[in-house]
Design a protein around this ligand. Structure first.
Ligand SMILES: NC(=O)c1ccc[n+]([C@@H]2O[C@H](COP(=O)([O-])OP(=O)(O)OC[C@H]3O[C@@H](n4cnc5c(N)ncnc54)[C@H](OP(=O)(O)O)[C@@H]3O)[C@@H](O)[C@H]2O)c1
Length: 272
């Protein structure tokens, strides 16, 4: 693993806090090496007790950091970088944006020409299990490597063309919600057939983890694994086919395509 970075998280909201939590609990960073900003810091006061630096000043956060993570809403991203453009040290700061739909070029221009790499993590970053896609327009291998090293501390990374970052948002960032809903639905079925709610949720979640592990551990294919558990005239194929008659695969595919279309319209559509 490369030298430990000092990190400024500009925007301590849902994903900013998930990244801070993941980097300290699973990524082996000291909270003291992370500064989190937001305008209303009262909402994250508790982080001070955990050792993080918390401030309303984005400039102050830059002073003590080598890696700058932009974690504000798409409509705020350009203004935040523009307000800091004279504070970026082009040699020292690595700027990584997790903002949906705002391109490297637009972000870099706002940042006074500083290089910007984009990353699209999901909230499983908090438990060290993010799927994070990384892209850079300028194709700056050192910057991509730094972003990859950072997010590899808290999950799996994949470098993709910037043109696919919107699609990565739908599949991975929105995708967390899709799979959570699937687990929740399975648990609801479990309750109906006789389990208490907590048991049913734990059973469904572990079963989902097992299914994912079958694919990720040995590189197996889902349909091969499904064939192994569907005996002729058996209960699994009956249930599975009933789900397909109700549109299970189609619903997931349509949901991902719809999310990708919507994500493409965020941030002023400057994604590509
Ligand atoms: N949530 C996800 O799962 C996820 C995953 C991948 C990427 N993303 C992207 O990450 C970004 C943030 O998403 P989110 O869900 O974390 O949104 P969020 O919860 O609204 O967080 C944004 C944070 O930015 C802070 N902020 C706003 N203006 C600021 C400024 N000038 N300086 C410092 N902080 C400022 C806000 O706090 P104050 O109002 O107190 O300043 C807020 O806490 C979005 O662009 C989204 O597309 C999100």
């Amino acid at each position: 693993m490369t030298e430990k970075p000092t990190v400024a998280i500009l925007g301590g909201g849902n994903i900013g806090l998930a990244i801070a939590t993941g980097l300290t609990r699973h990524g082996k960073l000291d909270p003291k090496s992370i500064t989190v900003t937001r305008r209303n810091t009262a909402a994250i006061d508790g982080m001070r007790e955990e050792g993080y630096h918390v401030t309303t000043s984005n400039r102050e956060a830059l002073d003590s950091s080598t890696t700058v993570l932009l974690c504000v809403q798409p409509s705020q991203a350009i203004d935040v970088l523009a307000s800091l453009k004279d504070a970026f040290d082009h040699d020292r700061h690595r700027i990584i944006s997790v903002v949906t739909g705002v391109s490297c070029d637009a972000l870099s221009t706002a940042a006074g020409g500083a290089g910007v790499v984009r990353a699209m993590p999901n909230t499983a970053v908090a438990v060290g299990e993010s799927m994070t896609c990384i892209a850079s327009r300028q194709h700056d291998p050192a910057a991509v490597q730094a972003a990859t090293a950072l997010f590899s501390r808290v999950g799996t990374t994949l470098v993709i063309p910037e043109e696919l970052m919107t699609q990565a948002t739908a599949l991975c960032a929105c995708g967390i919600a899709f799979f959570l809903r699937a687990v929740r639905a399975a648990s609801q079925g479990g309750i109906e057939i006789g389990f208490h709610a907590e048991e049913a949720l734990a059973m469904a979640a572990q079963t989902a983890r097992g299914a994912a592990s079958l694919l990720l551990t040995d590189g197996r294919h889902p349909e091969g694994e499904i064939d192994r558990v569907t005996t002729p005239m058996g209960c699994t194929i009956s249930g599975l086919n009933q789900m397909e008659h109700e549109g299970f695969s189609s619903a997931m595919i349509k949901g991902i395509v719809t999310s990708a279309r919507k994500a493409g319209k965020l941030g002023g559509a400057s994604d590509n």
